[in-house]
Design a protein around this ligand. Structure first.
Ligand code: GLC
Length: 569
């Protein structure tokens, strides 16, 4: 390997335009069902979260994002909300939320809640009122009801498919038992889409925002933030890749026969007006509250529209999550991200795992593409190698945490948890699994309850042995108490990375590429720190400099494949 040198020509510097906390924050996603269970019923809860916050403080994160804990029949694990302003009894009470938030704030951890505005649960009183009211009524107009097509309305209003498989329309029965209108649900039948063209819907959600802001929430992760507005007339649409929220909005799809240029339900321009309105509400509150968009949109320059100065603060960088572990593609996506978000004055975000995708300790060792939400299971061909997966995951996380901007972590990645492949079919709960008759495994494999203590029942997830999804035996060795203070453990790697990231202000820094190395090497400086990731298989000589962090062993002064180091020049 050549000595590392700065290349002024290729220098990429997008100076940060502010110092608000969210520009550099490491935000840790808590999936309440699976984080910690205080009452021993096998389902995580808010009191469980509160009890484990000190562990997150020691990890060194800045904020938590809580996936939904609202009143819900749990047909989509809480992303089917029946009351936006209350806590489901499975998870506790509003008082438990207040205690959680106060405890987090006392520890210096901010709290972001999940907002699910594209659809409600079919149990929501607003939808129940719509069902009980006649076609054309005001109550029906809160959702997207249409007459069917065909001679007697027996066919759905258009050809749209649900993200979870099957049709995106369900026909209702009238009070007298005759078949009635159809309603739209981009997800499960139990998740009817709101009609966001209706001012009444907009008014209700302003109140929901204020409810949580008044309670002290530091912001919202906005679910399906690219889906709320549908093209007028609801035209037919045939996606190239069905059943995924990713990759469906590439603008040049028009060249593919049968595919419309942009899905008429994703990334419609009208969504931006909603976020401008919400931004004004957030700005009324002190303390830098934020909106973070879950918008599966391509390319990154398009995603950046969600974070223009008068809209949201952050958008998830799913292009980064979907980038394979390879030097050229990583360099490209890092450049594209910094350029796209930098161009609108927003920080780039980075993310490798969440509750909808195969955990990166498994995904990075897959030899085939895995669409968002499809999952892997016992019959998936060519299952990932666990050792390679973990090694790559550690290297990838060490690379990500050195990048300027804000990073999202998904609970359990700091333990190196892999996707759970061998779940019994009878335990699966993801609607994707049911709606595709088991053709897609869905997302249960990344949602298995966390191991905290190797020697306790349910590995310390709760006080009993109960766990809503079974935990694999190998997880005893990955439990937090088996890794805490153990040199070389994944937990210690994350803890060190977060400490160094803060000490060297990497979140506020910039990326300057270093050249003179093989294509598989991703090398840059961020301030005083040099970061070198070897995405290839062959070892290369270890660059000079004081070693700050290594994602794996460095035998004989070499940098092996699938390993990242941080050095001080
Ligand atoms: C988002 C959530 C996912 C959920 C879907 C429908 O993508 O992250 O878990 O199933 O929206 O609400």
């Amino acid at each position: 390997m050549q000595p590392l040198a700065h290349c002024e020509e290729c220098r990429r510097v997008f100076p940060m335009t502010g110092t608000e906390w969210w520009r550099t924050a490491v935000i840790y996603q808590i999936y309440p069902r699976s984080f910690a269970d205080a009452n021993g019923d096998g389902m995580g809860d808010l009191a469980g979260v509160t009890s484990r916050l000190p562990a997150l403080k020691s990890l060194g994160i800045d904020a938590i994002w809580l996936s939904p804990f609202y009143t819900s029949p749990q047909h989509d694990a809480g992303y089917d909300v029946a009351d936006y302003c209350d806590v489901d009894p499975r998870f506790g009470t509003l008082t438990d939320f207040d205690i959680l938030q106060r405890t987090a704030h006392d520890l210096g951890i901010r709290v972001i809640v999940d907002l699910v505005p594209n659809h409600s649960s079919s149990d929501h009183p607003w939808f129940q009122a719509a069902l009980a009211s006649p076609a054309g009524s005001d109550d029906r107009a809160h959702y997207i009801f249409r007459d069917g097509t065909g001679e007697n309305g027996e066919l759905p209003p258009n050809n749209w498919d649900s993200v979870f498989g099957g049709k995106a329309w369900t026909r209702i029965q009238n009070a007298d038992g005759t078949p009635g209108q159809w309603y739209l649900h981009l997800f499960d039948t139990t998740q009817p889409d709101f009609d966001w063209d209706n001012p009444w819907v907009r008014e209700q959600f302003r109140d929901v925002l204020r409810f949580w802001l008044d309670r002290g929430a530091d912001g919202f992760r906005v679910d399906v933030a690219h889906g709320m507005i549908k093209e007028t007339g609801l035209p037919d649409y045939t996606p190239v890749e069905g059943g995924s929220m990713g990759g469906a909005t590439v603008p040049d799809l028009g060249s593919i026969p049968g595919a419309a240029p942009t899905a008429p339900y994703w990334a419609q321009d009208g969504v931006h007006e909603i976020y401008r309105d919400w931004r004004l509400i957030l700005d009324e509150y002190p303390g830098d509250r934020i909106l973070a968009a879950e918008a599966w949109v391509d390319p990154l320059s398009h995603v950046a529209e969600w974070v223009r100065p008068d809209e949201m603060h952050q958008a998830f960088n799913f292009a980064y999550l979907e980038t394979p572990w390879s030097g050229p593609t990583l360099r490209r996506v890092i450049d594209d991200s910094l350029a796209a978000f930098g161009a609108v004055g927003a920080p780039s975000t980075w993310v490798l795992s969440n509750h909808d995708v195969v955990r990166h300790a498994s995904r990075l060792a897959l030899n085939h593409e895995n669409l968002q939400g499809h999952g892997i299971g016992p019959n998936t061909p060519d299952l990932p190698d666990a050792v390679i997966g973990l090694q790559r995951a550690r290297a990838a996380s060490a690379l990500m945490l050195a990048l300027p901007g804000s990073s999202y972590l998904y609970q359990g990645e700091e333990l190196g948890l892999p996707e759970v492949v061998h779940l019994p079919d009878s335990a699966r709960e993801d609607p994707t699994w049911f709606r595709t008759n088991g053709e897609r495994y869905g997302r249960d494999g990344c949602r298995v309850p966390l191991p905290w203590e190797a020697a306790s029942p349910s590995y310390g997830f709760g006080p009993s042995a109960a766990s809503w999804l079974p935990q694999p035996e190998e997880w005893a060795g990955l439990a937090r108490d088996a890794q805490a203070g153990v040199a070389g453990s994944t937990l210690e790697l994350y803890t060190l990375a977060l400490r160094l990231r803060r000490e060297h202000a990497l979140g506020l820094g910039s990326v300057e590429w270093l050249h003179g190395h093989a294509d598989e090497i991703v090398a840059f400086t961020n301030g005083a720190v040099t970061v070198v990731a070897n995405t290839g298989a062959a070892s290369v000589p270890l660059p000079a400099g004081e070693l700050l962090l290594a994602s794996g062993p460095l035998p004989g002064n070499t940098l092996p494949g699938d390993t990242t180091v941080w050095l001080r020049a």
